[in-house]
Design a protein around this ligand. Structure first.
Ligand code: HEC
Ligand code: HEC
Length: 198
C-alpha cells in the first residue's frame, strides 16, 4: 500500500487544481510575435506552427504554456536528457523560451487520421481507469500536466517507456509509478487512443 499512496495523493491534489478557475487572458501580441520569430528554427522537426511531421518528435502546438516552459528548463538543467534539445534550448535566453512557449501554446494542432481503431478502443479503457484522474477527460493539459490529445503515437510510446524504465532520459515520480505495471501492448493501445483524441 505504501508504494501507491504517494501517487494517489498527488493525483488528488492535481485534480483539485485542474478544476480551479482557468481564465484565458488575451496573449501579449508583442511576446507572441517575438515567440513566432524565435521558433522559426524549431519547425525543421516540430513542424510549422508546432504540428510535427516526424514521428519521434512531439507536437508543440496547443501544448500547455507552463508545461512547455518547464520542459525547456528541464533540458537546460539536465533533468531531461536529449543531447540536441539540451544544447538548443541552452542557446536561447529565458525571455525567448517564455515567448516560444506562449507562441506554441496558442497554435492549433493539425490532427492526423486514427490509425488503429481497435487499439484506440482498448487504450480508452486503460486511460479511463489509470490516467484520467490527472490528465482529464479531454487530455488538453493544464499547468500541472501536459496535453496528450492528438500527440504523435511513437513519441508517446517512447516517453511512456522512458518513465517506466527509469533509464534517466525522463524522470518523474508520478509517471514512473503509473507506467510501472504497463505492458508494451498497453503502451501501444494508450498511445493510439491519445493520438485519436480531438
Ligand atoms: C533536430 C530536431 C529538433 C529541432 C530542430 C527542435 N526539436 Fe524540440 N524536440 C525534438 C525531439 C526529438 C524531441 C523529443 C525528445 C524526447 O524524446 O525527450 C523534442 C522535444 C521538445 C520539447 C518537449 C515537448 C514535450 O512534449 O515534452 C520541447 C518543449 C521542445 N522540443 C522545444 C523545441 C524548441 C523551442 C525548438 C526550437 C528552438 C526545438 N524544440 C527544435 C527535436 C527537435
Ligand atoms: C498522478 C498524476 C498523473 C497520472 C495518474 C498520470 N500522469 Fe502522465 N504526467 C503527469 C505529469 C505531472 C507529467 C509531466 C512529467 C514530466 O515533467 O516529465 C506527465 C507526463 C506524461 C507524458 C509525457 C507527455 C509529453 O508531452 O512528453 C505522457 C505521455 C503521459 N504523462 C501519459 C500518461 C498516461 C498514459 C497515464 C496513465 C497510464 C498517465 N500519464 C497518468 C501526471 C500524471
Amino acid at each position: 500500500m505504501k508504494k501507491i499512496a504517494y501517487p494517489l495523493l498527488a493525483g488528488l491534489m492535481l485534480i483539485s487544481s485542474a478544476h480551479a478557475a482557468d481564465p484565458k487572458p488575451t496573449p501579449d501580441e508583442t511576446a507572441l510575435r517575438n515567440g513566432q520569430k524565435s521558433a522559426q528554427f524549431c519547425r525543421h522537426c516540430h513542424g510549422v506552427g508546432g504540428s510535427s511531421v516526424r514521428e519521434d518528435t512531439p507536437n508543440l502546438a496547443g501544448q500547455n504554456e507552463a508545461y512547455l516552459l518547464t520542459q525547456m528548463e528541464k533540458f537546460v538543467s539536465g533533468k531531461r536528457k536529449n543531447e540536441f534539445m539540451e544544447g538548443l534550448i541552452k542557446a536561447l535566453t529565458p525571455e525567448e523560451r517564455k515567448n516560444i512557449a506562449l507562441y506554441f501554446s496558442q497554435q492549433e494542432v493539425v490532427v492526423k487520421p486514427v490509425a488503429n481503431a481497435a487499439q484506440a478502443a482498448s487504450g480508452k479503457r486503460l486511460y479511463e481507469s489509470l490516467c484520467i484522474s490527472c490528465h482529464g477527460a479531454t487530455a488538453y493539459g493544464t499547468e500541472k500536466v501536459p496535453r496528450l490529445a492528438s500527440q504523435q503515437p511513437p513519441y508517446l510510446q517512447d516517453s511512456l517507456k522512458r518513465y517506466r524504465s527509469g533509464s534517466g532520459e525522463r524522470i518523474d515520480p508520478l509517471m514512473a509509478a503509473y507506467t510501472r505495471n504497463l505492458k508494451d501492448a498497453d503502451i501501444v493501445n494508450l498511445s493510439a487512443y491519445l493520438a485519436s483524441m480531438r
